[in-house]
Design a protein around this ligand. Structure first.
Ligand code: AP5
Ligand code: MG
Length: 218
């Protein structure tokens, strides 16, 4: 099964993708994660996108579609795909169609995480991750169980980090980019009967259960 998780910054795409990976052995393809890895490794792509991402603007369609296309080359047909944060423009949606066709795959479902944008600013600005294993936490909603000193629940590391684009100004830009360029791709998929809407403001477990129902979990 190949699905898209669609929703504004902080809607829970990454959170839900991680659960689908765990439960179904699917592969998460997050263009945001790929771009952050490129920045970390100081590749030519990383150097090109660093300032654009920090400001909360979208990087070019060509760059992200090339990243997705490269990832698909090595993936066996049997592995289901979760597109997280891609496509984000109508051009990317068309490029994804072409990439999937090239790999004899089809899109099974687009899951829209519907959320209240004002609540998202708090979600995003409170978010942090383990610098060692990448486990996700939140200042208010999900602190590690050991807080004095703070240690990762998964690997015990005391080192944590925050994304450079998780400040209020960049988050507002990310939201307006979503409204202007990404939300308009929904009708493209609605016309094909592929969109299912989930309440992304529900507790994380409930969102997962609702996605499970849509995907036909037993
Ligand atoms: P990207 O990395 O994709 O970021 P984003 O879309 O802004 O979304 P986030 O990762 O911030 O949020 P999320 O929906 O994954 O939520 P999460 O699960 O973390 O993109 C970053 C940048 O890269 C872009 O701005 C752009 O510059 C560039 N880029 C990437 N892809 C691109 C593309 N295709 N084209 C062009 N440019 C591209 O959850 C957030 C927080 O909320 C967490 O703390 C979590 O624990 C908490 N949470 C999650 N669900 C719930 C819940 N139900 N209740 C309470 N808390 C919750
Ligand atoms: Mg994410």
């Amino acid at each position: 099964m190949n699905i898209i998780l669609l929703g504004p910054p902080g809607a829970g795409k990454g959170t839900q993708a991680a659960r689908l990976v765990e439960r179904h052995g699917m592969k998460q393809l997050s263009t945001g994660d790929m771009l952050r890895a490129a920045i970390q490794a100081e590749t030519p792509t990383g150097l090109k996108v660093k300032a654009i991402m920090a400001a909360g603007e979208l990087v070019s369609d060509e760059i992200v579609s090339a990243l997705i296309s490269d990832e698909l080359v090595a993936l066996p047909q049997t592995v289901g795909l979760i597109f997280d944060g891609y496509p984000r423009t109508e051009a990317q949606a068309r490029q994804l169609d072409a990439i999937l066709a090239q790999h004899h795959r089809k899109l099974d479902r687009v899951i829209e995480l519907a959320v209240d944008e004002d609540a998202l600013v708090e979600r995003i600005t409170g978010r942090f991750t383990c610098a060692h294993c990448g486990a996700g936490y939140h200042d208010r909603f999900k602190l590690p169980s050991s807080t004095h000193p703070m240690k990762c629940d998964h690997c015990g590391s005391p080192d944590f980090k925050r994304r450079p684009d998780d400040n209020e100004e960049a988050v507002r830009t990310r939201m307006s980019e979503y409204r202007a360029k990404t939300a308009p791709i929904l009708p493209f998929y609605e016309a094909r009967g592929l969109v299912s809407r989930v309440d992304g403001m529900a507790p994380i477990d409930e969102v997962s259960a609702n996605i499970g129902t849509i995907l036909g979990d037993t």
